[in-house]
Design a protein around this ligand. Structure first.
Ligand code: HPA
Length: 350
């Protein structure tokens, strides 16, 4: 196998110059650089990533820790992270923290021990240990999807020093509620996610704003926690259906909970939208194949993943830059489970 010394000899330059060309560690005159690249091509030289890491103290790898990788939303995020990382010459190490705070800290530690250049994490509902670890070891990190707030006496503020990338949650949820209200619904239930996640609280806030905007009263009994899972949502929907005055419309706060709510409705032979109108947070490939077709808010999963990579690379390039939080808009995908007659699908940014 040809070595760097072979490349240097063939190009008539020093090994250090070859290293600077291949690692971009110092500017090299264009004709010298071309001679090195020609020699690399001619000899079929493959750089040794391990040796390069020793020189640069960088592995050109990113650690990604997201729970529920099998969830189509996170699969889209993963695709966005992977393609953006590849585009920038980075490889990916993936871990699943299973939404468990202790496991989360452990997998991030493992990624750090593998000396990834930085991590992208969708934090659990109790990210205290995670934040402490990242802070103590100064690991460049971007929080994705769920925002981390530092507890403060004067309320909540965003975690100091961490970049964060997430979708809009409140406004799109409010749009689902006002849409149902515009169709005449007065009792609209919310199947909410796991307590402690920013996505959960922001979607609950959006639900409340939607009710207020439509001039509807807020009835606490209509908000139930489906814990972000299909099973949890099935139970939560059952409890809504057993209220003395059940809702006539439902908003489900993520894709898994939509499945659970549909199961609970089917169990009771209730039809959508005839017996219960339904609007969902999260679009997924087969939402269009359900009967009725699901009216949903689509999150920009791939874009979220790609932006998280770019934010992390910006952080690596400028470690002292102020932390920022990016929010990306969602799209309202208007189909028929809300009770509207069949019409061409239309997406609007919310
Ligand atoms: N966050 C945001 N959206 C989601 C999630 C989540 O954890 N799961 C499914 N859709």
């Amino acid at each position: 196998m040809p070595t760097m010394a072979d490349v240097a000899r063939s190009a008539g330059v020093s090994v250090a110059t070859v290293s600077h060309v291949l690692n971009g560690t110092r500017p090299v005159l264009p004709h010298t650089r071309q001679a090195v690249l020609d020699a690399v091509e001619e000899l079929g030289y493959t750089p040794n990533g391990l040796a390069r890491s020793l020189v640069t103290s960088r592995t050109r790898s990113i650690g990604l820790a997201v729970s529920a990788i099998s969830n189509p939303y996170f699969t889209e995020i993963l695709q966005g992270v992977e393609s953006s990382a590849l585009e920038h010459g980075y490889s990916l190490l993936i871990a699943d923290p299973h939404d468990d705070p202790a496991h989360e800290r452990k997998v991030v530690q493992l990624l750090h021990e593998r000396r990834v250049d930085g991590v992208i994490v969708a934090p659990s509902a109790q990210p205290r240990e995670l934040v402490a670890y990242l802070t103590r070891h100064a690991v460049p990190a971007v929080f994705l999807d769920r925002l981390v707030h530092a507890a403060a006496d004067d309320g909540e503020r965003e975690a100091p020093g961490f970049d964060q990338v997430c979708a809009e949650n409140a406004e799109p949820t409010a749009a689902l509620v006002t849409h149902l209200a515009s169709l005449g619904h007065r009792r609209i239930g919310l199947v909410a996610g796991l307590p402690g996640l920013s996505t959960t609280s922001e979607r609950i806030n959006g639900y409340r704003h939607g009710l207020a905007a439509a001039g509807l009263p807020h009835d606490e009994r209509l908000v139930v926690h489906g814990d972000s899972s299909a099973d949890g949502a099935e139970r939560a929907t059952a409890s809504l259906l057993s209220l003395a005055v059940p809702p006539t419309a439902l908003v489900t706060a993520n894709n898994a909970m939509t499945i659970g709510a549909l199961r609970a409705l089917r169990e009771r032979d209730l039809s959508v939208p005839g017996d219960m109108a339904l609007c969902c947070f999260d679009d997924f490939d087969w939402a269009d194949l359900f009967s009725p077709r699901l009216t949903a808010v689509a999150q920009p999963g791939r874009e979220l993943g790609a932006r998280a990579v770019r934010v992390l690379l910006d952080r690596l390039a400028a470690p002292d830059r102020p932390a920022r939080t990016l929010r990306l808009p969602c799209t309202f995908v208007h189909r028929t489970s809300c009770g509207c007659p069949a019409r061409p699908e239309k997406g609007t940014d919310t």
